[in-house]
Structures are given as C-alpha cells and as structure tokens.
Ligand binder design. Sequence first.
Ligand code: PMP
Length: 360
Amino acid sequence: MRVFNFAAGPATLPLQVLEQARDELTDWQGCGMSVMEVSHRSGTFVAAARAAESRLRELLSVPPNYKVLFLQGGATGQFAAIPLNLAGAEARADYLNTGAWSKKAIAEARRFLAHVNVAADESATNYTTVPAAASLRLDPAAAYLHYTANETIGGVEFPYVPDSGAVPLIADMSSSILSRPVPVERFGLIYGGAQKNIGPAGLVVVIVREELLGRARPGTPSVWDYHAMAAEDSMLNTPPTFALYLAGLVFKWLQEQGGLSVIAARNEAKARALYEAIDGSGFYRNPVDKGCRSWMNVPFTLADPALDALFLSTARAAGLVNLEGHRSVGGMRASLYNAMPPEGVAALVACMKEFERRHG
Ligand code: PMP
C-alpha cells in the first residue's frame, strides 16, 4: 500500500515514475542490464542524460546562454562551490538571511570569503518574513547576491525575485525548483538538490549563465569547478547515473502533466487548501506572514503540544506519514511537492478536522 508521504526530502516521487523504473529495472532499453550497470560513457546513457537536460531546459525555458550541470555533493556542496567559483579576487558577496538554510549558506561562504555582507536579516521576526524588496542593504562591490528562494524548515518563500542590479543573482531553489515557472534570465545561477522535486538524493542541478564560468579561484576542486564540469557535459567523472536517469523520468512526467504552469496552479491550490484549513481552525497555527508562505513546506503547530504525538500516530494510521516538523523546531510540517497529489492534501485536511473535532 502507498502512503501519502509528506517528508521534506528525500520526498515522495510520482508513482508513474516509480512504476516505469520498476518495469525497466533489470533490462533498461534492451541493454539486458539495469541503468545502474551500464557505462556512463555508453551511447544509451549519454542519450538519456542529454534527453533529461533538454526536458529540464524546456520545462524551465532555460535560455541558450545558460549551462545546465548535474553535479554531486548536494546543495551543501554548492554552498562552497558558489564562493569558490564566483567570488573573484575581491572575495565579497551579499547574502539574504531568511532562515536555517540561508544561515548554513552564509556560514559556509564565510569559510572562503573575506567579506560576507548580510544584506537583510529576518531573525527579528523569528524568520516568519522575507525582507521588503526595497530594503536590501546591498554592497555595490559584491560579486553576487545569494538568497534562499524557499526555506524548507521555516516554510518561508520569496513572492518576488530580488533585484540585484548588475550583480549576478544566485538562488538556492532546492525546495521550490520546478514548482512553478521562474524567469531564469534574471538569475546568474540557480541550484537545487534533487531529493524534493527532481528525483532521488545524490544529484544537484546547477543552471548557470555562461559568462560566469571560468572564474574559479585557484585550487578549486575540478568536480566543483563549473567551467571544468561544463566542458565535460557534467561527465568529468562518473555522474550519479541512477539519480540522473530517474530525474529524466520525473522531467518527462512533468511535461506530461502539462508543464510548470499547470503544476503551479495545482501547487497553489494544494497549499491554499491546507492554509485555509489551518487559518480557519483556531486549533492549528502557521506562524509565517501571509505574504510569503511556502507552497511547498507548510509548518504548523497544535494548540496543545501535548497532543503532537497523538496527532502524528492518528495521521500515520490514516496513511499520512512524515508529518513531524524538522528536529530543530518541532511541531508539524507537511511538504507538498509536485508529486503530492491533491488527494493527499484533501486526506490530510480531513484528518486534521476530525482530530480537532475529537480533541480540540
Ligand atoms: N538548501 C535547502 C533549501 C534545503 O532544503 C536543503 C536540504 N533540505 C539544503 C540546502 C541542503 O541540501 P543537501 O542535503 O542536498 O546538501
């Protein structure tokens, strides 16, 4: 029996994708082997990798002057790769701090950069807000501006793309990539770990404007040098072949759904249903400012935290799993990635209403 899996990542994947992977697991494309057993240099695999890239380019309307890289080391690896590749000799960069993942990106950048300017800091609201667009205190000499488009733990999502002027804009979209269309041309670089909206863990996608390549500081490991990786079509070394194959199936599934505008409408409706249930209850609460609530990760608390364990076990019995909040904040969190069907959200809302009726 399939459950509705509300985990923040690794997260639920489309059933259709899993079924296809199952059906071709032992004999992929007539090779007589699984995709995990073929060479990444084989024509069959290279064709699958190219197809995955072109599907992703179509989904996000990636302009031709951008490279798409499939790398390893997770989004955390990118926290280091970005300053190593892009900070230049001045070693100055702007960062917006909107929560736990921003803080980690900033801490890692400080290991490499002499000047990390925190151009906005939402700690005063306990990370329930994003900065006003006009309030950013940008360093005119910064090599780039980095922000976290969606904070997976806090459930805070930017409703706008920050204006960084001529300075390249960099976004950690780990938990929001492919959830809606984005104007890629406004960004210098977009990156995201795969294990939410893309596929299995072990892969990170980087979309980078070509003119930013070739600036890595001396000593940058070649697997994290964007220029070196782009020159080898992300196959400077062995890529995570299974993850890349599965990502290709997810991209195909997204296209079959009708692309990102259809997905965005579905995601918006799913999130609205859950926020309305929370706000209309008096028993459940979401702390995030209404203007920047995440479509993907919805944290909520119960009026009486002593009921948390009972709520979780009641939900689990109804086939709704992984609703625990992040270990650093507690409470509940429902992640509503692309592969979470509207029926899963409806089942969660029904379970919440029934729980409130009994225990509220
Ligand atoms: N950024 C964000 C927004 C995330 O949600 C995560 C993981 N949950 C990371 C970065 C770190 O990703 P990884 O574990 O793949 O390094």
